[in-house]
Design a protein around this ligand. Structure first.
Ligand code: GLN
Length: 199
């Protein structure tokens, strides 16, 4: 299995390292042929409006939408969560997303209280010790559709969600050296989705 990390902007290298630690081949991707060649995609944290604009510039915006639609597993962290949500609140005018997850996500939601913080999360699917999560101008999930599972929350706000082949977290597991969220993406989301796809 080859996983691409969308390398338009954001903390690409950290995701490549975390995925590599999980034993999969991870490569930076930004051109259409590169994105077409991977089995799954990680969209890193960074700035969601910038990543969306660059995806248009590099001619991959519609390709990513169609690959999501065709069942490619995608994990979006922070800005990546915003980019795979169907609806974004507090977006800038005209802000586009790839969509895919039936959720309403509020940009910079924790930012009004604290710009950055850490929290210990109970993450469904990760059963041992709590996950220490780093939030940086993070979004939270305001509401989800019936197909979406909430995997972790902070103060009642969902911060990790999954809809079939799509996983999104408000926080940055790639910055902690704890690879359990990446492992969950590789071992649960990717393996289950790619098996279903090949039936
Ligand atoms: N606030 C950023 C945005 O709206 C996301 C921050 C992040 O990815 N750390 O895109």
């Amino acid at each position: 299995m080859k996983i691409g990390v969308l390398a338009l902007q954001g903390d690409v290298r950290e995701h490549i390292r975390s995925l590599g630690d999980c034993g999969v081949t991870a490569v930076a991707v930004k051109r259409p042929d590169e994105i077409s060649a991977v089995d799954a995609l990680v969209i890193p944290g960074g700035e969601s409006t910038t990543i969306a604009k660059l995806a248009r510039t590099f001619g991959v915006f519609d390709l990513i939408i169609s690959r999501i639609h065709d069942g490619m597993p995608v994990y979006g962290s922070c800005a990546g969560m915003i980019l795979i949500a169907n609806t974004v609140l507090d977006a800038i005018e005209g802000q586009e997303t790839f969509g895919g997850i039936d959720a309403v996500v509020r940009r910079n939601a924790f930012g009004r209280q604290v710009d950055s913080f850490e929290a210990d999360l109970q993450f469904k699917g990760i059963t041992d010790a709590p996950f220490r999560a780093i939030f940086i101008r993070a979004p939270w999930v305001e509401s989800v559709g019936s197909e979406v599972k909430v995997l972790a929350s902070v103060d009642g706000h969902p911060v990790a969600i999954r809809q079939e082949h799509l996983l999104a977290t408000s926080f940055h597991p790639e910055l902690t050296g704890d690879n359990r969220v990446h492992r969950y993406f590789v071992d649960s989301v990717c393996k289950e989705s790619l098996k279903v796809g090949s039936r």
